[in-house]
Ligand binder design. Structure first.
Ligand SMILES: Cc1cc2nc3c(=O)[nH]c(=O)nc-3n(C[C@H](O)[C@H](O)[C@H](O)COP(=O)(O)O)c2cc1C
Length: 205
């Protein structure tokens, strides 16, 4: 079947990350964003697409900070409460019944109950009439111990990352299945060696 080009996300599952920010006046805000991705490896950048009319975007621009909160499927019932259009002076942590997880490097708090948190600062913006691409620099990446395997990688069965795929009824929520199969990055190269291997050692505390 051929589909209208704008139906990309009906066939391209997206993560649902909750972005938490604060306004210049200290008002806490949360919004779900599906259009978000890392920018290559081994860079510490994330890129998100935002409509202009977003308190999230205004807050990122005025404070230069945001947290990308990685949520599990148990937070699916917080998507709509945080996506509702509310006045900029409404505290969306209170409205959605979510608790904050204090950040270490920025003022904007994270959201308790998520399995991961990326504290970010605004790096660059690319503006078009209909949207803005916002690039953030990840200052701190924390993953809850309970969401990790003994080897220190994401246990997708435990974390159950919250995702969505478009459908006839709107957004269908879904998650990830581990195929229990992997390849090394080095497998892409003729000599089998990953040129970035040395960067994948233990992280600083
Ligand atoms: C699952 C989901 C994903 C969304 N993804 C985006 C997105 O990537 N970019 C965007 O600008 N809005 C996105 N939205 C819409 C915003 O979350 C929504 O407009 C929200 O009210 C914005 O809140 P704010 O004004 O407090 O920033 C999404 C909404 C949902 C429900």
């Amino acid at each position: 079947m051929i589909f209208k080009p704008f139906l990309r996300e009906h066939f391209f599952p997206l993560p649902i990350a909750f972005l938490s920010t604060i306004s210049a006046d200290g008002i806490r805000n949360i919004a779900p964003y599906g259009c978000i991705m890392p920018v290559l490896r081994p860079l510490d950048l994330v890129c998100l697409a935002s409509a202009h009319k977003r308190d999230t975007l205004n807050n990122i621009r005025s404070t230069g900070e945001f947290v990308v909160n990685l949520a599990g499927t148990d937070l699916a019932d917080k998507v709509i409460p945080t996506a509702l259009h509310t006045p900029p002076d409404a505290d969306e942590f209170l409205l959605a019944g979510l608790q904050e997880k204090p950040s270490q490097h920025i003022r904007a708090p994270g959201i308790a109950g998520c399995y991961g948190w990326m504290e970010c600062t605004l790096y660059k913006q690319y503006e078009e009439p209909d949207y803005v691409l916002v690039m953030g620099k990840v200052l701190r990446l924390e993953i809850a111990d309970e969401a990790l395997t003994r080897d220190g990688v994401l246990d997708v069965e435990k974390a159950k990352p919250l995702m969505m795929v478009g459908g006839n009824k709107g957004m269908r929520y879904c998650t990830v299945v581990d195929l229990d199969r992997s390849d090394t990055f080095g497998a892409m190269f003729s000599d089998g060696a990953d040129p970035l291997e040395r960067l994948y050692g233990p992280s600083p505390a």
